[in-house]
Design a protein around this ligand. Structure first.
Ligand code: HEC
Ligand code: HEC
Length: 447
């Protein structure tokens, strides 16, 4: 439903967007930081207010539902600090027809919303039924899981120009080389003036790197996780991409939400019209809540790592992590010339960070989740983004479906068979001595 109550605290957003150049001014983003801190240069009041919005529990009156997975962003993203990973594992489904993935969009796929409001009264005298989003009988890929990922440091990643990812791919050994996943921008981030709807940008967010910027991910999550529709303005044009309710299994209008308003039916929803009228005159801004989520995530600092003493088990583990035999660092990358923020999107330029990911997708063989966009080949459905390992010690569940909390088991699971680009790494890990494994895990525990 349309978000009706808006918390406006947007005046402060331009602060913190001061570039400080690169080179001698470079700062380590993790120096003395605590998980959940803001990046240097962030306006503290704006950050606190944006975090509060991220944690706000939404009601039916706010527009939540009719079907949803949770009622606040932080209900899922909370491990370690607000914005962290979480235990919630989403469910996706689909099928393969003539060798191509079919998201079964006519049934509301591929993401399921696991809860419904049931009977609800958005206004006096209006009796509505949400229904429930069920797993359709024809789905052959059933309830594939997707664990909630952490959001720390992602503003730094959002600020990287596309060319950095091309460079990363070119540096990777052919056998494990990732693919730069260029996707269409559905909602340009107004804070980055270079972005345009419909233009391509490197997808870098989500388990499959399918989304190119944090603003779009916010509007998408608000709609698809919480059931709150929004309309934003891109260069004076209303962006309605996140303005249509999810109905249980994509029921036809008024069948299950009986007599209840659909935000996109003209004339039935004044608030929507008001939001869209706000676009007149070339306005380029996100809906207020979406803007707050975006601001919060953009300014969340990278997770702080534990310092490593020379000659320690952690130090030996770090060497193993980068060794030619294991090649962990071939995909889980921290190239210091690549991972330096720019001012695009509103963070300070020149912040060096170590995400232990290339944000590229790799064919992980049988470890892949089998989910894609309609029309993708089966090979594409096996592709997964290298999971960033920063902040690993604040995590419990691991891998895209949260199948384990054991780091050694997560490494062993890189064995995805003949197609898997992680298979050699898993084999090299299993060939380590017990002492070496213990050193490698000691290093991972510093992240
Ligand atoms: C029901 C649980 C749930 C809720 C509520 C939720 N998320 Fe998420 N979030 C997830 C899951 C699961 C993923 C991984 C999704 C994927 O890759 O397909 C995710 C991923 C993300 C990512 C991508 C992070 C990365 O690693 O690249 C962003 C950004 C994000 N969420 C923002 C939000 C915002 C903003 C809200 C509130 C509007 C929100 N989420 C609400 C579960 C949730
Ligand atoms: C070919 C690229 C590649 C190589 C090489 C590689 N990984 Fe990964 N790693 C991935 C991908 C992709 C994922 C996410 C897989 C999934 O869940 O579907 C991942 C996930 C992980 C995870 C789980 C993180 C999380 O957030 O759930 C850990 C831990 C990990 N890798 C450690 C290692 C270690 C240690 C090595 C070296 C022995 C290694 N990886 C080698 C690509 C790689």
């Amino acid at each position: 439903m349309l978000k009706r109550t808006l918390t406006v605290l947007w005046a402060a957003t331009a602060m913190g967007a001061v570039g400080c150049g690169q080179g001698a001014d470079d700062v380590e983003s993790t120096e003395g930081a605590i998980l959940g801190d803001a990046l240097p240069g962030t306006n503290a009041a704006a950050f606190a207010a944006a975090r509060a919005n991220f944690s706000l529990t939404e009601t039916v009156q706010d527009g939540a539902g009719p079907i949803f997975n949770e009622r606040s962003c932080s209900a899922c993203h909370s491990n370690g600090a607000t914005g962290g990973a979480g235990q919630n594992i989403e469910r996706r489904y689909g099928r393969v027809v003539n060798g191509l993935f079919d998201a079964m969009e006519s049934t509301g796929g591929s993401l399921r919303q696991l809860f419904g409001l049931g009977g609800f009264n958005p206004s006096p005298g209006l009796n509505c039924q949400s229904g429930v989003d069920t797993l359709p009988a024809g789905a052959t890929i059933r309830d594939s899981g997707r664990l909630t990922t952490p959001l720390f440091g992602l503003g730094l990643v959002d600020s990287l120009p596309d060319a950095r990812f091309d460079t990363l791919a070119s540096r990777e050994p052919a056998a494990i080389r990732g693919i730069v996943n260029r996707v269409s921008i559905v909602m340009a981030n107004p804070a980055d003036a270079s972005q345009r709807n419909g233009a391509t940008r490197v997808g870098r967010f989500g388990w499959k790197a399918g989304v190119s910027n944090l603003g779009q991910f916010s509007a998408d999550a608000y709609l698809n996780e919480m059931g709150i529709t929004t309309s934003s303005c891109n260069f004076g044009v209303a962006n309605r991409s996140f303005g249509t309710e999810n109905r249980s299994n994509r029921a036809p209008t008024n069948a299950l939400i009986n007599g209840c308003p659909d935000d996109l039916v003209p004339g039935t929803d004044d608030d929507f019209a008001t939001e869209e009228n706000n676009c007149a005159g070339g306005v380029n801004e996100l809906q207020d809540d979406v803007a707050n989520f975006t601001f919060f995530m953009t300014h969340l600092a990278a997770p702080p790592a534990v310092p490593i003493a020379a000659g320690s088990a952690q130090d030996r583990g770090r060497t193993l992590f980068g060794s030619a035999a294991l090649q962990c660092s071939g995909c889980h990358r921290s190239d210091p010339d690549i991972f330096v923020s720019t001012a695009a999107g509103g963070v300070q330029a020149g912040i060096v960070f170590t995400p232990y990911s290339d944000f590229l997708v790799h064919d992980m063989g049988t470890l892949g989740d089998g989910i894609g966009n309609t029309g993708d080949t089966v090979a594409v459905t096996r592709r997964m983004r290298t999971a960033p390992l920063w902040g690993l010690r604040s995590r419990n569940l691991l891998l895209h479906d949260g199948r384990t909390s054991d780091r050694g088991a997560a490494i062993a699971a890189h064995n995805g068979g003949a197609n898997g680009q992680g298979t050699a790494a898993a084999a090299a890990y299993s060939a380590l001595t017990t002492a070496q494994k213990s050193d490698l895990l000691a290093f991972l525990a510093t992240l």
